[in-house]
Design a protein around this ligand. Structure first.
Ligand SMILES: *Cc1c(COP(=O)(O)O)cnc(C)c1O
Length: 422
């Protein structure tokens, strides 16, 4: 069996080689379906880690890939440029919140976060503010698995507490306590205000995932928090980095999480759904204030340059994916998905194992009282004909935007069925 060779040779995400969890071999994928080697077709409720928004094997994205591959699939970005990168850069500047004008491409979300952190540090260095070297982050935050990104992830509950003490020591405030639709009150921002007020001289930037803290537990919080965080960053001269890698491109019901609050960050990271799930590509955008400052002082260069920077194949597909997004009236689509998730998942609220059910845009979450046993639950979802991969204490859905109502109902029903047995 091929999967025996998988066990012999391969390491999977967050996994053990001596006690490997179950894996299923995929032989095809089309629309919202993942096809397994044994012929079963699963409805994908994960969009392959939140990327595959238009579904698998999309004719338009396939064509964009083929067209580009027949021209050239890669050239170095140092000293060379090409239409796919230029077009995509222009589109990103157009759709991201106002003021973000310069685009730096990289190969994954984590790297785009490294780039963002570096931009913030170089900005303050260029201004001669050499003590501004630390970052403020929110507990429950997740920003990636590379070294700098790990330092701004939740230091205790996240997956990176093993490295505590080895990473740069950043500053943390509690995860926003004001839920998405809760009444705002100023006490919700007091900890952040007090920290910035006391230590802004050593703080380069605040980094956060706007509106939804994703891998840290699918926590939705009030846009008012974002609005006030933006004001406080301005007041205390701290840059704001929005990590929109998970929330970007319509997932929460707005194009970007920041749009819920009508704010613009100084630096934004996008990735995941950027290529519609076809290839790994990310981008960090910043304001001209940031780029001009970095480039205005010695050495006047931004010191980063991934080998596969601006990969033409990835950029061409990303451009096509953004075009699809603008043609599909994504906002209507998410508006259709949201109530179906609400209705479909609501009965879970009555189950003993469930703490809370919540839905925002095309994200549906069942939060449990206890952490899940992933290796036990996963086969149950497969038996139900769906691909749902719970983590921590959440069973959640982030379906492709093209999903049909009946397929969505099937996903919800599978979640209810599996959770009701807990
Ligand atoms: C997934 C994710 C990352 C990391 O992106 P990779 O492409 O896996 O490196 C960073 N931040 C957020 C919010 C994410 O969801």
């Amino acid at each position: 069996m091929l999967t025996d060779l998988d066990k012999e040779y391969l390491w999977h995400p967050y996994s053990s080689t001596t006690r490997p969890g179950p894996v299923w071999q995929v032989v095809g994928a089309e629309g919202v379906h993942i096809e397994l080697a044994d012929g079963r077709k699963l409805i994908d409720g994960m969009s392959s880690w939140w990327c595959m928004i238009h579904g698998y094997n999309h004719p338009v994205l396939n064509q964009a890939a083929k067209d580009q591959i027949d021209q050239f699939s890669h050239v170095m970005f140092g000293g060379l440029t090409h239409e796919p990168a230029i077009t995509l850069g222009q589109k990103l500047v157009e759709i991201t919140p106002e003021g973000l004008e310069k685009v730096f491409f990289s190969d994954s979300g984590s790297v785009s976060v490294e780039v963002a952190l570096k931009m913030a540090l170089q900005y303050w260095q260029a201004k001669g503010e050499i003590d501004k070297t630390r970052f403020v982050s929110l507990r429950r935050g997740y920003h990636g698995d590379t070294w700098g990104a790990m330092s701004v992830c939740d230091p205790d509950r996240g997956m990176h507490h093993l490295f505590k003490g080895m990473l740069a020591e950043q500053l943390f405030v509690d995860s926003p306590s004001c839920k998405f639709a809760d009444q705002w009150n100023e006490s919700h921002i007091e900890e952040l205000r007090a920290l910035l007020s006391a230590q802004s001289k050593e703080i380069a930037a605040l980094i956060l995932e706007p509106v939804v803290q994703n891998a840290g537990g699918m926590h939705f919080y009030s846009p008012e928090y974002l609005k006030r965080a933006r004001e406080l960053c301005d007041q205390y001269d701290v840059l704001l980095i929005a990590d929109e890698i998970a929330t970007g491109f319509g997932r929460t019901g707005k194009m970007f999480g920041c749009n819920w609050a009508g704010i613009s960050p100084d630096i934004i990271c996008v990735g995941k759904a950027l290529t519609g799930g076809y290839l790994s590509l990310a981008a960090t955008l910043c304001t001209e204030r940031v780029s001009d400052e970095i480039c205005g002082a010695d050495p006047g260069l931004f010191m980063h340059g991934p080998t596969y920077m601006g990969n033409p194949l990835a950029c061409a597909i990303a451009s096509a994916s953004l075009d699809l997004l603008s043609q599909m009236e994504w906002q209507d689509k998410i508006c259709d998905i949201e109530p179906l998730l609400r209705v479909g998942l609501a009965p879970a609220g009555e189950l003993p194992a469930v703490k809370e059910v919540r839905v925002l845009g095309a994200i549906g979450v069942i939060e449990l009282n206890q952490p899940v046993n992933q290796s036990e639950l996963q086969p149950k979802f497969v038996e139900q004909g769906v691909w749902v991969r719970p983590f921590g204490s959440v069973v959640y859905l982030m379906p492709p935007y093209i999903i049909e109502p009946e397929q969505l109902q099937q996903l919800c029903a599978a979640c209810l069925s599996v959770v009701s047995e807990l």
